[in-house]
Design a protein around this ligand. Structure first.
Ligand SMILES: Cc1cc2nc3c(=O)[nH]c(=O)nc-3n(C[C@H](O)[C@H](O)[C@H](O)COP(=O)(O)OP(=O)(O)OC[C@H]3O[C@@H](n4cnc5c(N)ncnc54)[C@H](O)[C@@H]3O)c2cc1C
Length: 288
């Protein structure tokens, strides 16, 4: 990227690093190609090896990209840190996301790491994904060509694979007003209690009325290439008595949506058994 093409304040004395203050500036730079987006850097740098190739476009100076706004829909700016999400005052349906925020790495990672980075990195073990799937979350993507919205479930296409196009920035995660209902819980299993990549994790959101479950959303991560909702579990629990909800979680219904693998953290069989128990605990937590 020739230095003369860039506005001087962005350069920090280097042609290969820019920290724009506005989204239009960021999009103009990205449109020229050759940039790698940086947010908290907690996935980008560890994944890059000894040297990060290419020019770096740091989004953390972009005004408004780290804001949480609740007016009907809930809009979380892509550069919002996990620490900010955990500390925000949010409805009970968002508590699963806040619980996940408190267990993404340790405090340093939570202060630097962002919700947008977690989604764009597209790890099957990304803790932010199950709570957002249980909230029917959408992502807002912007480029110089315009803005588009995708369901998070469509944005995530596989391990490290998303629908993000060249020149696009993930600007915000949007939780539709209709999904901001009920209470939610998040349960994570790792090889130790803190600073751990998930072996499996589950988010559940339950809406009840007069002792009956009227709506339920359950999503499991780390047990398939992309975290999955559990339609069979949701169908089995909807309409039933709240007091029977945990008992109504059948292992076959959980496993019908999952395809766990063996890896360094756990065997597929262990993951499957763990997922069933975690679903029960998450449903119980959302009803507690
Ligand atoms: C010690 C340690 C522990 C961790 N523990 C956990 C854990 O327990 N659970 C968990 O889920 N994760 C964990 N992580 C991973 C990481 O912290 C999170 O995924 C975090 O949310 C990534 O956000 P970031 O802002 O640092 O992303 P970055 O590293 O800045 O970016 C990640 C990727 O997303 C792209 N990107 C970032 N923002 C945007 C955007 N707005 N638009 C388009 N592309 C974008 C970048 O180009 C890059 O490809 C851990 C990491 C470390 C180093």
């Amino acid at each position: 990227m020739p230095e003369a093409l860039l506005p001087e304040p962005l350069l920090y004395g280097r042609p290969d690093f820019a920290r724009p203050a506005t989204l239009p500036e960021a999009l103009q730079l990205l449109d020229r190609g050759g940039w790698r987006i940086l947010a908290g850097g907690t996935d980008l740098y560890p994944g890059a090896g000894p040297q990060l190739a290419g020019s770096v476009l740091d989004l953390t100076g972009v005004a408004g990209l780290d804001e949480i706004r609740h007016a009907g829909d809930l809009r979380i700016g892509a550069a919002t840190s996990w620490a900010s999400i955990a500390a925000a005052s949010l409805p009970a349906s968002i508590h699963a996301l806040q619980a996940a925020a408190r267990v993404v790495g340790g405090r340093q990672v939570q202060v630097a790491g962002t919700i947008g980075g977690n989604l764009c990195n597209a790890s099957p073990a990304a803790d932010g994904v199950p709570p957002l799937l249980a909230l029917d979350a959408e992502v807002e993507l912007q480029s110089l060509s315009g803005t588009r919205r995708l369901r998070l479930a469509d944005f995530l296409q596989g391990p490290r694979k998303t629908a993000l196009r060249p020149g696009e920035v993930l600007c915000a995660v949007v939780i539709p007003e209709r999904a901001i209902a009920g209470r939610s819980a998040f349960v994570k299993l790792g090889a130790r209690s803190h600073l751990v990549i998930s072996i499996a994790m589950v988010a559940a959101r339950v809406v009840s009325d007069q002792g009956r479950v009227t709506e339920v959303a359950v999503a499991v991560g780390s047990c398939s290439a992309v975290a999955q909702r559990l339609p069979a579990v949701e169908a089995a629990l909807t309409g039933g008595p709240v007091t029977d909800a945990v008992r109504m979680v059948r292992a076959a219904d959980v496993m019908s949506a999952l395809s766990p693998i063996d890896d360094v953290r756990a065997t597929a069989a262990y993951r499957g058994e763990a997922a069933v128990e975690l679903v029960r605990r998450a449903v119980a937590g959302a009803l507690a």
